[in-house]
Design a binder for this molecule. Structure first.
Ligand code: GLN
Length: 254
């Protein structure tokens, strides 16, 4: 089996090791002898995206988002919206998530138009939401929810519109806006999250879910053989334990 991954703006949109998400997808495909080809999509590239099975869009500071914003709207918006509607499996982190929405209005600087692939808007906040996060996510209705861990650092406050579901609920952390306890966004097979870290190495079940969705669009339902994830699971559980202790300590101190 073969999968094609489109990697958007790899040099400009890469915070807190976001690039590690692409590496994790490649490793987890390799572990099942799935051939994954990765194509870097940069400024000026306007080719069709329908033939891709997976896509990744990392985070970036406001100044990086400004650098790519015009190109995203001019050269990629239509193709990317069409591919997402067609079922492309995509993961977008933080600044990438914001630009898949309707707009991002930073506190300073120009309003950044988004490609409106996800029904959400983002308003710049006066202070940065920084810290470890635990999220409870029900990936499939009726399926056991999973806990995911990551790290957030953003000034944007994101509000979901009626066409968009959250990725999950915040157990610990700030999340989309610090008000509605929601984290991330989901529409079709397009997922957005504020979780850096990178996210996927410590959350192998979510990584496999993305691969399974991409395979299903191309080959029909495929059950992935399990990998030995004891290190990944140990790491995630250790982080969950540490985050809970940290928040409990903060609570006691208040
Ligand atoms: N620049 C955006 C914000 O501050 C996104 C930051 C990020 O990708 N971590 O909200």
């Amino acid at each position: 089996m073969k999968l094609k991954l489109a990697y958007f703006y790899p040099t400009l949109m890469n915070l807190y090791g976001d690039r590690g998400n692409v590496r994790t997808l490649a490793e987890r495909c390799r572990g099942r002898e799935i051939e994954l080809t990765i194509t870097e999509i940069g400024i000026g590239d306007s080719s069709s995206l329908i033939a891709y099975d997976l896509a990744f869009f990392g985070g970036g500071q406001d100044k990086e988002q400004i650098k790519i914003g015009e190109d995203l709207m001019r050269a990629k918006a239509g193709n990317l919206r069409a591919a997402i509607k067609d079922g492309l499996t995509m993961l977008a982190v933080c600044g990438g998530l914001q630009l898949l929405g309707n707009y991002y209005r930073p506190l300073q600087g120009p309003l950044l138009q988004g490609i409106s692939a996800l029904d959400l808007r983002t308003e710049g906040g006066a202070w940065l939401a920084i810290g470890n996060v635990i999220v409870q996510a029900e990936l499939e209705p009726g399926k056991k929810a999973i806990q995911m861990v990551g790290f957030e650092n953003h000034s944007g406050r994101t509000y979901l519109g009626p066409e968009c579901r959250p990725l999950g609920r915040v157990v610990y952390g700030f999340g989309n806006n610090g008000e509605d306890r929601l984290e991330g966004a989901r529409s079709f097979n397009c997922f957005g999250t504020y979780l850096h870290g990178p996210l996927l190495p410590k959350n192998p079940d979510f990584a496999d879910y993305l691969i399974t969705l991409a395979l299903a669009r191309k080959y029909g339902k495929v059950d992935l053989p399990p990998l030995d994830d004891h290190l990944e699971v140990q790491t995630r559980d250790y982080v969950i334990h540490r985050v809970k202790k940290q928040y409990l300590f903060q609570k006691v101190r208040k």
